[in-house]
Write a protein that binds this ligand. Structure first.
Ligand code: SF4
Length: 283
């Protein structure tokens, strides 16, 4: 039997797990169920839910023509205007925004209503960042790299509240904050990065360094899974990126020694268990 070591925090983060449980509960209760965007960046999970009647909708417009049901907001959250527009359609809104993301919405809403200028550090195209910006009463600037700071025109004395996308790299956040603090006088920096990503990356690097084959399970659309693959590839020569056990069958490198497994935050437990069982028993 092959030695297989699974990373302690492989798979769903708190927010992803909560989103999936919300959909499962809605299925049990019955009725029409819609998710506002795919519930996770994992095609298999989304397709399993579709088979159970859950429809992914991409816009409020689309909802207007659909039979009344439950609309589930995923862990990334949405702008306040979208939230209100969904409610106005007459569907029941179920908010599965991750509480760590919701906390950022609350900060942005409160501080902007007190007149602060809002800066968000993150990827401006990421749905979570679009959602955060949408809770400011006065708009917000999004900064992703050092050059963006050079274009910031903040008046002396203007009060600024700064927050971060939850999955932003901690070291890069620190570098950007240091530069912003040199250019902007009155800035209240709130580190809103979630530890789930950093913990997974740290564990993956450590595990990849002590096994001979490393398997990263995740969807190619999941940026946190791709990042895990990058990290493991730096440390372990035989690193594989797979969606599920079928990608592993017949493709494991012919190398002896222990096999490590990690998985992105949107990978369900049963897929991790299938891969683990295949490598341990059949290989
Ligand atoms: S990474 Fe953190 S903030 Fe984002 S959904 Fe998961 S638990 Fe929530």
């Amino acid at each position: 039997m092959r030695e297989v070591i699974v990373s302690e925090h492989a798979g769903f983060c708190f927010g992803a797990g909560r989103g999936v449980e919300t959909v499962e509960k809605a299925i049990e209760e019955g009725g029409f169920i819609y998710t506002f965007g795919p519930i996770l960046n994992n095609a298999m999970v989304v397709s399993d839910f579709e088979k159970k009647g859950v429809k992914v909708v991409e816009s409020v417009e689309e909802l207007k023509s659909l039979p009344k049901g439950k609309v589930i907001i995923r862990s990334h959250g949405v702008p306040r205007a979208t939230y209100e527009a969904i409610k106005a359609t007459g569907h029941e809104l179920i908010d599965a925004t991750c509480p760590f993301v919701k906390r950022i919405h609350n900060i942005v809403e409160k501080q902007s209503s007190e007149g602060d200028r809002i800066i968000v550090i993150g990827n401006p195209k990421h749905p979570e960042v679009i959602g955060i910006v949408g809770w400011s009463h006065t708009g917000a600037e999004v900064i992703e790299n050092s050059d963006d700071i050079d274009n910031l025109a903040v008046n002396k004395g203007e009060k600024v509240t700064l927050v971060s996308q939850t999955t932003f790299n901690r070291n890069k956040f620190q570098e950007l904050v240091e530069k912003i603090e040199k250019n902007v006088y009155n800035v209240n920096c709130m580190n809103t990065i979630c530890d789930a990503t950093a913990v997974r990356q740290r564990e993956a690097r450590e595990l990849a360094g002590r096994v001979n084959i490393m398997i990263v399970i995740g969807d190619t659309h999941s940026s946190n899974s791709k990042k895990l693959y990058e990290i493991c590839s730096e440390v372990c020569e035989h690193t594989m990126f797979v969606l599920d056990a079928s990608d592993v069958r017949g493709n494991l490198p012919e190398v002896d020694g222990p096999v490590g497994i990690t998985a992105g935050a949107s990978t369900p437990k049963y897929i991790i268990e299938e891969v683990q069982s295949y490598v341990r028993n059949d290989f």
